[in-house]
Design a protein around this ligand. Structure first.
Ligand SMILES: NC(=O)c1ccc[n+]([C@@H]2O[C@H](COP(=O)([O-])OP(=O)(O)OC[C@H]3O[C@@H](n4cnc5c(N)ncnc54)[C@H](OP(=O)(O)O)[C@@H]3O)[C@@H](O)[C@H]2O)c1
Length: 275
């Protein structure tokens, strides 16, 4: 039986664990003792691990073949510790963990920065526009740098995550009936949690390595998306004030063609509320 670790088992990890358990023995981690009981019901094993604890990381990786890194910063000030320190500690631990064959990391499309609405793909250089995105881009490089002949590293650049428990109406509902700054014509890139789970499982099964964008196929504009969500939920539409600058800082149309070329078939190619 293959052994797999979910390092940072929050929304993504919780959604993935049942799928991975169909074929693998899964260990899930948290930083908080209080979450252990919950994780014990989700995974075969649950442990408390902080990403900067080298000894704990070594022990976690012992006899494991697959690792998902899905840590998420609890606040903007914790980005460096959560992502970069975890990645560096992990790379050090991997040097003494020859059993590990694949690392999959959930990054973000925010590393592309503001592209004025142009299409970007995995060959587009990163252009972080703030410290958070810089840290995410550096984390990718640290992890990708650990790859070698018998260790594949796969970076997934995610759009905003939505789906069961994170419905679009929960994310955008407060904007119903409001006046929004800008035109709403910027691209918005989202990924449904079912496709996120599907792609992580696909990446593991097909031993993917390198960078893959993970967003839906059709990037709606923010206005189109909000109109759809509010119409579906019978809420008043937002209106747009073009005289004010947009609050969206990442305007890029992100292509998922590379993933589709690899053979993944999206369940939700277009962003749509699923209730
Ligand atoms: N949400 C989005 O729309 C979105 C978009 C793009 C990319 N992503 C990326 O997707 C990933 C997973 O997102 P999510 O929504 O599943 O996050 P989440 O629900 O916030 O879960 C994050 C997990 O990381 C753990 N963690 C936090 N700091 C840690 C540290 N220093 N060391 C080890 N573990 C740590 C947390 O531990 P506790 O159990 O103790 O809380 C939790 O289990 C993140 O990397 C995020 O950046 C998310």
């Amino acid at each position: 039986m293959t052994n797999a670790v979910i390092l940072g088992c929050g929304y993504v990890g919780r959604s993935l664990a049942p799928r991975w358990r169909q074929t693998m023995t899964v260990t899930a981690t948290t930083t908080t003792l209080e979450r252990l009981v919950e994780l014990q019901t989700l995974a075969d094993y649950a442990v408390v691990v902080k990403g900067n604890d080298l000894a704990a990381m070594r022990s976690l990786l012992h006899n494991q073949q697959v690792l998902l890194v899905s840590v998420g910063a609890p606040n903007p000030n914790a980005y460096e510790e959560t992502y970069l320190h975890t990645a560096k500690t992990l790379v050090a631990a991997l040097q003494e963990s020859p059993s590990v064959q694949q690392v999959i990391y959930t990054s973000s499309y925010s590393v592309y920065g503001d592209r004025g609405g142009d299409w970007v793909d995995e060959t587009t250089p990163v252009k972080p526009i703030n410290l958070k995105a810089e840290i995410l881009a550096e984390t990718e490089q640290v992890l990708l740098g650990a790859a070698h002949d018998s260790l594949k590293v796969c970076v997934l650049r995610l759009g905003g995550i939505y789906g069961a428990g994170r419905e679009l109406v929960k994310i955008f509902g407060r904007a119903a009936g409001s006046v929004r700054p800008g035109t709403g014509e910027e691209a918005s890139n989202w990924i449904h949690i079912d496709d996120l789970v599907g792609v992580i499982a696909f990446a593991q099964q097909h031993h993917l390595s390198g960078i893959y964008n993970l967003v839906g196929t059709v990037p709606l504009t923010t206005k189109e998306l909000l109109d759809r969500v509010f119409t579906m939920h019978h809420l008043p539409l937002a209106t747009w004030d073009a005289s004010q600058p947009s609050s969206r800082s990442y305007n890029a149309r992100v292509s998922n063609q590379k993933l589709r070329d690899a053979g993944y078939k999206f369940i939700y190619p277009e962003t749509q509320e699923t209730l």
